[in-house]
Design a protein around this ligand. Structure first.
Ligand SMILES: C[S@@+](CC[C@H](N)C(=O)[O-])C[C@H]1O[C@@H](n2cnc3c(N)ncnc32)[C@H](O)[C@@H]1O
Length: 368
């Protein structure tokens, strides 16, 4: 994740027709509610459309709107359920199978906007499986056509990337992806390689949390070899392994067994204890927590660790109920706010990661 772009550098003469955001299939309702709020904050009038299971949500403005008026409000990090957030300017229907490039190039030309590159993507789910081969094959020919039409300036700083979202074989949305404001990963999914000696795929969830919830600078400055960490609910050890892999010394709390590969790092001490009552003798730099419990109990526990100075930073997972997911998140926010009210201002970031299912992952720290 890179730092936000100064507004002046962004080159946004374009008029847009709304916002498009991507999510995990099944979370369109939650994402739509977030987009609605964001649109109000950006003073955009229009309406939101979310088809259940589609993995994307569209906000359509009542009329074409100059992006320069509200672009500062657009930051994908503000969304919990959104993996990506882009202003869109054209929807193309009935794309001819034999020549999808020409209508796209014509629409881009008409927009008057120049782009620094092209990202071809699909919503997550079945369409992704059907269309991913086509997207890979189509990327080069489309790039060449856009270059020929003078719409690409790969060396110009601050220009957006052109995102082409194929929501069906013959339908595409054209959108602008500004560096620093949108997710840097195609489809908003950070594709991480499974390290060969990691004990389980769950290690990727913590790796993704570090990539998504921290900026590049924060990852470099706040997460350092030699630091101490506690992992509550550690077994079989994917998160502990991720911390050890980054050079942190870990106390892993769980009554269940850790895999040998985790203990073999020599960086992890395993204690059989209850994660809700165990406390360290000395403060630690990081607390991570993946215990499967009521989200409110987890939020209260983490706020207490931060509030009493037992850890400086925390990453934790909140398992959501099937219904009223937002309400559960709001209750957690409120618990944290109340516990830290007398301690000081705090920074709470929440995201449903690619590796999260019925859950979200959070980062909490006190503001300094
Ligand atoms: C989803 S797993 C954690 C997976 C782990 N993050 C990994 O990467 O391998 C949840 C773990 O929380 C542990 N757990 C649940 N309640 C606990 C408690 N009160 N104290 C300690 N561990 C607990 C369970 O034993 C289980 O191993």
């Amino acid at each position: 994740m890179t730092s936000p772009l100064p507004a002046s550098a962004s080159n946004t003469a374009i008029e847009v027709n709304g916002l498009i955001a991507y999510c995990r299939p099944g979370f369109e309702k939650e994402l739509a509610a977030e987009i609605d709020e964001l649109a109000i904050d950006a003073a955009l009038s229009g309406y939101v459309r979310a088809e259940p299971g589609s993995a994307y949500v569209v906000f359509e403005t009542c009329e074409p709107t100059a992006l320069a008026g509200f672009e500062d409000k657009l930051d994908w990090r503000r969304l919990i359920f959104g993996r990506q957030l882009l202003p869109w300017f054209r929807r193309l229907d009935n794309l001819p199978e034999r020549d999808r490039a020409s209508p796209i190039v014509a629409a881009v030309h008409e927009s008057g906007q120049r782009f620094s590159g092209v990202v071809l993507e699909t919503p997550d789910g079945d369409i992704a499986k059907q269309q991913s081969g086509f997207c890979r094959r189509f990327a080069d020919p489309l790039t060449r056509e856009l270059e020929k039409a003078g719409r690409l300036r790969t060396s110009r700083q601050g220009l957006p990337k052109l995102h082409v979202l194929f929501s069906g074989p013959n339908q595409a949305w054209l959108a602008c992806g500004f560096p620093g404001r949108c997710s840097p990963w195609p489809m908003g999914i950070a594709r991480l390689k499974m390290p060969s000696n990691a004990p389980s795929r769950s290690t990727l969830k913590l790796a993704e949390a570090f990539m998504t919830l921290l900026s590049d600078d924060e990852r470099e400055n706040l997460l350092r070899p030699g630091q101490r960490a506690v992992d509550l609910g550690a077994a079989p050890g994917g998160w502990s392994w991720q911390l050890a892999y980054r050079g942190l010394r870990v106390t892993a709390i769980d009554n269940g067994p850790l895999r040998d590969s985790v203990l073999a790092t020599g960086m992890v001490e395993h204690l059989h204890a209850d994660g809700f009552t165990w406390r360290p003798a000395r403060p630690v730099d990081w607390l991570v927590c993946d215990m499967v419990e009521q989200p409110g109990r987890i939020a209260a526990l983490i706020a207490d660790w931060i509030g009493t100075g037992r850890c400086r930073h925390a990453i934790f997972n909140l398992k959501l109920p099937m219904k009223q997911r937002f309400k559960a998140i709001e209750q957690c926010r409120e618990l944290i706010r109340k516990r830290l009210a007398t301690v000081g201002p705090f920074d709470l970031r929440l995201k449903q990661l690619y590796h999260d299912h019925e859950e979200v992952t959070a980062y909490l720290t006190l503001k300094r």
